[in-house]
Design a protein around this ligand. Structure first.
Ligand SMILES: *Cc1c(COP(=O)(O)O)cnc(C)c1O
Length: 364
């Protein structure tokens, strides 16, 4: 069978390894497996969300309210926007897909940082678009602006804070880039980890409200990280209403599930859970910084719920990741991003202690 030529260029996305795999492969009991690989919330989800999902399980036969009225209402209050400024996706991933399909042709290019979220490339390549990357893994304003001027990309992806490196871009720098591009280029601000950045330094805060007066900027957020709902697949895009209207043409009906919708609505009501999650994170990430200092390797100052350790030449990220994996500790090897580095999601206090213990064991 002949598949589209564009598929030849696409590498299948490799998700964080699941706990079940370690259990099957090494016979380690599930309770002894520590998964710090997919930036999930180590506190789980709000107990109120879990209860609402259980209480409403019998509604599984019903399609959800396809207008997502109540969820949009909660989001519009949180961000001081109107519901017509919002599109809901099965994860913000799905909104990225809508954007790609709505805008890209094989004649277009897209611009992103050297090391960033893998799905930008995959969705763009599905449409046959060309990928352009800046030379630094950080979002350097000058590099973005000169690459923009040279290539006139159709989309610029700004992942702030950035995954898988954890570094952030200040609001000032993001707006320098936005102000430099004309309205033929869409700027996507992916704020999947924004809640963590805000807790660390307000200079990194970008609120959807800041960009509503622009006709070529969209802000993306998700319930998968700070809100602890990765398994429910709910995300959103916020932009001016003309842009949202066009993206709506790409949307399949009922694109999140009835129980996901109930979970997300409930999650919006429990801000305390998010605050507690961030408080735990803020305390625990300090242990990872100290651990790196003590063991003589670098880390990237993180604005997210994970930390990236950069190894010296004497250490190899693939060797370390494989050895940890055999001990039931799942982290993310960044070798596929051409970095001798690992990304570790900050876990609970116990999970983190286990990571340190196993790291010492495998690297001694
Ligand atoms: C996790 C993540 C997302 C979105 O995840 P969904 O679960 O699809 O909402 C988007 N961008 C980045 C950078 C992420 O890390």
């Amino acid at each position: 069978m002949k598949f589209n030529d564009s598929l030849k260029e696409i590498q299948i996305y490799e998700a964080g390894k699941p706990i079940e795999l370690v259990v099957r492969k090494f016979g380690i009991a599930p309770q002894n497996v520590v998964k710090l690989a997919s930036n999930e919330n180590p506190k789980g989800c709000s107990p109120k969300v879990a209860k609402a999902i259980c209480d409403n399980a019998h509604k599984a036969f019903l399609y959800p309210d396809d207008s997502f009225y109540e969820l949009k209402n909660a989001l519009s209050q949180r961000f001081s926007v109107n519901d017509e400024n919002i599109i809901i996706g099965a994860g913000s991933d799905q909104v990225l897909e809508f954007i790609s399909r709505a805008l890209l042709t094989p004649n277009d290019s897209v611009l992103m940082s050297q090391v960033t979220f893998a799905m930008y490339e995959i969705y763009a390549k599905q449409m046959g678009a060309t990928i352009i990357r800046t030379s630094s893994y950080q979002h350097k304003v000058d590099e973005f602006i000169s690459a923009y001027k040279k290539h006139k990309p159709k989309i610029i992806y700004l992942c702030t804070p950035n995954n898988p490196t954890g570094d952030g871009t200040t609001k000032e720098d993001v707006f320098k880039i936005i102000d430099a591009v004309d309205s033929d280029t869409l700027v996507v601000i992916d704020g999947a980890y924004m809640e963590y950045a805000i807790a660390k330094d307000r200079a990194y805060e970008i609120t959807p409200n800041d960009i509503l007066d622009r006709d070529n900027v969209i802000y993306l957020g998700t319930f998968s990280k700070a809100y602890g709902l990765g398994g429910m697949r709910v995300g959103y895009g916020i932009a001016n209403r003309e842009l949202i209207h066009e993206l709506y043409k790409m949307r399949p009906p009922f694109n999140i599930t009835t129980l996901s919708l109930i979970g997300a609505i409930e999650a919006c009501k429990d801000e305390q859970f998010v605050a507690d999650s961030i408080a735990l994170h803020t305390q625990e990430i300090k242990r990872y910084e100290k651990f790196a200092d003590e063991n003589g390797f670098d880390y990237i100052d993180s604005y997210t719920n994970f930390i990236t350790y950069i190894f010296p030449d004497s250490m190899n990220s693939t060797t370390v990741s494989d050895a940890l994996f055999k001990e039931g500790v799942i982290i993310r090897n960044l070798a596929s991003y051409k970095m001798n580095a690992i990304r570790i999601t900050i876990g609970t206090s116990e999970q983190n202690s286990r990571f340190f213990e196993m790291f010492r064991k495998v690297s001694s």
